[in-house]
Design a protein around this ligand. Structure first.
Ligand SMILES: CC(C)(COP(=O)(O)OP(=O)(O)OC[C@H]1O[C@@H](n2cnc3c(N)ncnc32)[C@H](O)[C@@H]1OP(=O)(O)O)[C@@H](O)C(=O)NCCC(=O)NCCS
Length: 172
């Protein structure tokens, strides 16, 4: 193990096209700049927290603070894995995996975004499958939820991931 003090630095999930791993500070800056270039149609807000609805450079600075805070506050009872997604070696977006009292609840949350130039090529599906593999096969999760709530064709999308909407919600 290269990082015995903070082993999370060694965590990597690989798929045929992608690599997911904790971002270095250099990667965080690249991701923040990518997010500032645009993640979605400005007419819609797909996120619960409208973090993309902030002008640069405040958007980038807030994003950096968020990732640093999540890294610093990691504990076995409350953790958030910010999986930087690398496409051909370039930081293309983020696939989050979060948990609260995981050892007891065995439930993970997921959330994701890609820079617009990386969207629509199946990368979103591939990175989500990768993070769910880590959750279920690697960590022994029993249930996964998602923050996604602004999804078109929901019924068509859900079976791809074996997802059932939570009561009173349209989660995927
Ligand atoms: C959501 C996101 C990560 C998906 O990544 P992507 O690489 O563009 O998606 P994929 O190319 O893997 O698409 C997989 C499938 O899901 C569908 N899909 C993807 N996003 C969708 C959406 N918002 N609504 C409906 N269908 C969607 C695609 O059409 C595709 O279906 P198909 O294979 O039958 O055509 C990306 O579009 C994104 O960053 N969007 C903006 C941020 C966002 O909405 N994040 C989710 C909120 S937590």
């Amino acid at each position: 193990m290269a990082h015995s003090i903070w082993p999370l630095f060694d965590l990597v999930v690989r798929t045929p096209r992608l690599e997911l791993r904790p971002p270095t500070d250099h990667d965080c800056v690249a991701l923040a700049q990518l997010a500032a270039e645009g993640v979605h149609d400005p007419q819609v807000m797909p996120f619960d927290v409208p973090w993309t609805d902030v002008p640069p450079p405040e958007l980038e600075r807030r994003a950096l603070r968020w990732w640093w805070r999540k890294r610093a506050e990691w504990s076995p009872d409350e953790w958030a894995f910010t999986g930087a997604v690398f496409v051909g070696g370039e930081a293309g977006g983020v696939q989050d995996l979060t948990a609260h009292h995981f050892a007891i609840l065995r439930t993970v949350g997921t959330g994701s975004w890609l820079g617009r130039r990386h969207q629509g090529r199946g990368i979103g599906r591939e990175m989500r499958a990768a993070i769910l593999h880590l959750a279920f096969e690697g960590l022994g999760a029993r249930q996964a939820t998602s923050a996604a709530f602004l999804v078109e064709n929901l019924e068509r999308c859900l079976p791809m991931f074996g997802v059932v909407p939570a009561q009173g919600q349209s989660s995927s």
